[in-house]
Structures are given as structure tokens and as C-alpha cells.
Design a binder for this molecule. Structure first.
Ligand code: CP3
Length: 348
């Protein structure tokens, strides 16, 4: 019988003896082997070079022995594949040559057929095939950015704190907002399809900045588009955001007749997992939520925190151990390895 991974068991609501563990941003600057490999290559070029993207994806799996790989790429890669001029500026984030702010900006962008992303995504499919061939029994998670988080960058033209321009557009010109978010949903769905066709067995939708939205705006202007992305996917789905304590129930993205479209909801460090589980109910797995700040704390303090996260996770139908947000670049990677060993029950 084929061995079903702990990750897929947890996503199906089964409770393995121990929670599977992986880390958002497990690949990247916390690893010296990543910093070596990236010298002289721009971020988005690295994402679209199959051998490089595959090797970077595999680095943290080899080093930490996490229970899943996450494909090395970025949420703006499908926009680059659609022909949008975007760069990732080190220390800053995605920056667009032309912000998308007016009705005519939106019309120009959404005239691009999302099928172009599928056609241009061969480097993504090739990188995923290379990764899956090396991973053996370890599952690979694919990912994409949710329409609101992508729009938060596109409408501003770059990173922002409160995402004021994207949130204003929803109200100032709802028609343009829905056209933009609907197009972004199709673009992210095409990016996810490229990854699942090539062997990713689960996906995570990052709506990192959804926490800046009111419940009313989330329901009216955002959730339908995120639901469309995940409804188009054929594998189990994780839905993640930061500062989303007030949105957790909505992040299940219930379709009709009330069944959640998300198999798991990622929770940041602000909401204890037992409280999140009470809100999410018995049909959803929780993922999270080690406080990234505590990666800097003395080990006994961090260990107590990780054990508390695992204990609170038992309140949910199943739990995937992770951080509450990505690995900070300055993290000592040995600390991450130690968390994996603790979760695996192999620590002294
Ligand atoms: O988790 C993983 O290991 C997979 C790879 C991954 C990256 N970006 C690689 C990356 C994933 C899942 C992402 C998603 C992503 N990208 C999100 C959602 C997740 C989140 O953190 O909330 C967002 C908001 C982005 C946009 C983005 N890309 C930002 C804000 C930055 C940081 C800019 C900086 O220099 O601080 C990036 C760049 C980026 N994406 C890096 C990595 C490894 C760093 C690039 C570098 O090495 O210089």
C-alpha cells in the first residue's frame, strides 16, 4: 500500500501520532547554502531557472528533515509570466513599473488572457518535476498569492503598510475592483495548476495582508475571489493570512451547502490554536502558529512555546505545525532543525 504522508493525513482530518511540521519561508535567506546559490542571480530569475528553483526548494528539506517541501517561487511570478513588469527589490519586496490604479489601468491589465500564464509556466512545471523526482515520500506544497494580497502590491505599485489604495478601490470603483480581483484569481489559479499538474500534492493560498480588511469588506470584495482560486484546485488546500483573528471563520471560504473549501486554515501567532479551532469548527485542520519572534529566544523558552502550540493544536480535528508567519532571514537555521526534532519526538 502506498504510504500516505502525515501532511495529507492531517489535511484529510486524520490525526497522525504527531503533527507534520514545515515552515513558511523555510527556503531562503536563513540558509547559508541559499545565500551562496543566489549570488549574482536576481530573485525572479532564480524562480524561473528550473535547476536553481528545484535545488533551493530541496535545501531546507535535506537540512531540517521537515515533513513537506514548499516550492521555491514567489506570489508575483505568475504576473511576470503574464508579461507584467515586476522586480523583487532586496529588503523591500515586489515593485511594479506601472501601478494599476485607474479603470483604464485595470482594463489594460485584464485584457491579458490568463491562459498566457499557463503557456509561459513551463519553467515552473519543469522545476516542480525536478523537485518531486528528488523528494521521494516527502510531499511538495505548491502555492499562490490570493487576489487581495496581490492587488495590495499592484495597486500601490509596491509594498505598503495599510494597503490603502487597494482598499479604497473596492469602494471608489467596485466594478474595476472586481474585474481586477477576478483576473488575479484566474492568474493565481493557472500558477497553481502548473504546480499541481507537475506533482505538487497540496497547495497553500497566501492572503498575507487580508488582516487589514474589515469583516464586511472581506466578505463582499475578497472572499469570493479567493474561493474561486481554491475551488479550481484538485488537491487539498491550506488558506493562510496574518492578523486574521477576526476573519478566521470566513477564511474557511464555505461554499454551498456550507462545506469549507479550505481543508486547513493557517493561523498567525496572535490567536491561540485552541481558540482558532473553536471558531473554525470540526471540518477544518489548523496550521501554525509558533511566534517567529521566539526563534530568537533561549531554547528552553522556545521549547515550552512549541510544546504549548502542539498541545493547543489538539483542540482541532488535526494540526500542521508551522510558524505564525515566515522564517525571518536572521534566524539561526539550527533552531529550526531543533524544532523539527522536537516535533518528531527525537530530541533529547
Ligand atoms: O516559503 C517558502 O520557502 C517558499 C518560497 C516563497 C517566497 N515567497 C520566496 C521569497 C513564498 C511562499 C513566498 C510568498 C510571498 N512573497 C508572500 C506571501 C508570504 C508572506 O511572507 O506573507 C509575499 C507577501 C511575497 C512578496 C515578497 N517576496 C516579499 C514581501 C519579499 C521580501 C523582500 C525582502 O527582501 O525582504 C519577497 C522576496 C522573497 N520571496 C524572498 C524569498 C526567499 C527573499 C528574496 C531574497 O533572497 O532576496
Amino acid at each position: 500500500m502506498e504510504r500516505v504522508s502525515l501532511l495529507l493525513r492531517a489535511l484529510a482530518g486524520d490525526r497522525p501520532d504527531r503533527p507534520p511540521v514545515w515552515f513558511m519561508r523555510q527556503a531562503g535567506r536563513s540558509l547559508p547554502e541559499y545565500r551562496d546559490l543566489r549570488v549574482g542571480t536576481r530573485m525572479l530569475d532564480a524562480c524561473l531557472t528550473p535547476e536553481l528553483a528545484a535545488e533551493i526548494t530541496l535545501q531546507p528539506v535535506r537540512r531540517h528533515r521537515v515533513d513537506a517541501g514548499i516550492f521555491f517561487s514567489d506570489i508575483v511570478v505568475p504576473l511576470r509570466l503574464a508579461g507584467v513588469e515586476v522586480e523583487i527589490v532586496p529588503g523591500r519586496g515586489p515593485v511594479f513599473a506601472q501601478p494599476v490604479r485607474t479603470a483604464s489601468d485595470v482594463a489594460r491589465l485584464t485584457a491579458i488572457d490568463p491562459a498566457e500564464v499557463a503557456a509561459a509556466a513551463e519553467p515552473v512545471r519543469e522545476a516542480v518535476r525536478l523537485v518531486v523526482a528528488e523528494l521521494g515520500d516527502t510531499p511538495l506544497i505548491g502555492f499562490a498569492g490570493a487576489p487581495f494580497t496581490l492587488a495590495a502590491y499592484l495597486v500601490e505599485g509596491g509594498p505598503s503598510k495599510e494597503h490603502l489604495r487597494a482598499r479604497a478601490l473596492m469602494h471608489a470603483d467596485p466594478g474595476s475592483w472586481h474585474a481586477l480581483a477576478g483576473w488575479l484569481a484566474r492568474v493565481s489559479a493557472a500558477f497553481l495548476a502548473a504546480q499541481t499538474e507537475a506533482g505538487a500534492v497540496a497547495v497553500q493560498l497566501f492572503d498575507s495582508w487580508a488582516g487589514s480588511l474589515s469583516v464586511a469588506d472581506y466578505r463582499a470584495h475578497v472572499a469570493p475571489h479567493s474561493r474561486a482560486v481554491l475551488a479550481a484546485v484538485s488537491v487539498p488546500r491550506i488558506h493562510f493570512g496574518v492578523g486574521t483573528g477576526h476573519l478566521l471563520a470566513d477564511m474557511r471560504l464555505d461554499g454551498r451547502p456550507g462545506a469549507p473549501v479550505a481543508d486547513a486554515v493557517g493561523v498567525d501567532w496572535r490567536t491561540p490554536l485552541d481558540e482558532a479551532a473553536a471558531v473554525l469548527g470540526p471540518d477544518v485542520t489548523v496550521q501554525g502558529n509558533i511566534d517567529p519572534a521566539l526563534l530568537q529566544a533561549p531554547w528552553p523558552v522556545l521549547e515550552r512555546h512549541v510544546r504549548d502550540v502542539i498541545a493547543r493544536g489538539r483542540a482541532a480535528r488535526a494540526h500542521i505545525l508551522n510558524l505564525g508567519h515566515g522564517v525571518p532571514p536572521e534566524t539561526d537555521p539550527a533552531v529550526l532543525t531543533r524544532i523539527v526534532e522536537l516535533a518528531h519526538g527525537t530530541s533529547a
